[in-house]
Write a protein that binds this ligand. Structure first.
Ligand code: PRP
Length: 193
């Protein structure tokens, strides 16, 4: 994993005062997603893939991954609510928006921004497996292994991050900072930490 950087000069000015350090910059994200897309292309050669993005955090990873994958893909989205506080999830998951399409017999790749406790994806995997896809795998830009509460096997992982609160590239705090191009930590006073 990359070392945190104090150089905030590439960040949009509107966010800069709130950011403590850059954990993963935009270039690193771009390169890593390119590597994952190449892996996915190899693994799914000759097959069609259904990418399922989990709103809202996954929108950037979904868009950037989908643009790099060259096997034929379709896209769909789910929205779930984890009933957690704003910085941690409780494990109780409710579907706010279900898929528009049937997945029976299809090769499904769930795209997430982060696997934290793993409870959201554990629920989603069980739910989607009951619909009998031909295969189902997970691609997550970030994972926090130290926070895992369930055994979860994500096949494609961008970066492991330590147990620190991160935002940017889809990840929010109180719906803010999703548009940051990099994964950053916030100054503790911003989120009352
Ligand atoms: C985040 C993230 C995952 C989930 C991971 O979503 O996008 O879906 O939490 O946490 P877990 O592994 O502990 O279950 P969040 O509920 O913050 O919604 P958002 O994507 O709309 O920001």
């Amino acid at each position: 994993m990359a070392d945190a950087s104090d150089d905030l000069s590439d960040l949009p000015a509107v966010f800069r005062d709130d950011v403590e350090s850059v954990l993963i910059d935009a270039g690193q994200i771009e390169r890593r997603l390119g590597e994952l897309a190449a892996e996915i292309d190899r693994d799914y050669a000759g097959r069609e893939l259904l990418l399922i993005g989990v709103l809202k955090g996954a929108v950037f990873a979904m868009a950037d991954l989908a643009r790099r994958i060259t096997v034929p893909t379709a896209m769909d989205f789910m929205a779930v609510s984890s009933y957690g506080s704003s910085t941690s999830s409780s494990g109780v998951v409710r579907i706010l928006k279900d898929l528009d399409t049937e997945i029976e017999g299809r090769h499904v790749l769930i795209v997430e921004d982060i696997v934290d406790s793993g409870l959201t994806l554990d629920y989603l995997l069980k739910n989607l497996r009951s619909r009998h896809p031909a295969s189902i795998e997970i691609a997550a830009l970030l994972t926090k292994p130290s926070r895992r509460e369930v055994d979860l096997d994500a096949r494609y992982v961008g970066f492991e991050v330590p147990d620190v609160f991160v935002v940017g590239y889809g990840l929010d705090y109180a719906e803010r900072y999703r548009g940051l191009p990099s994964i950053v930590t916030l100054k503790p006073e911003v989120y009352g930490g």
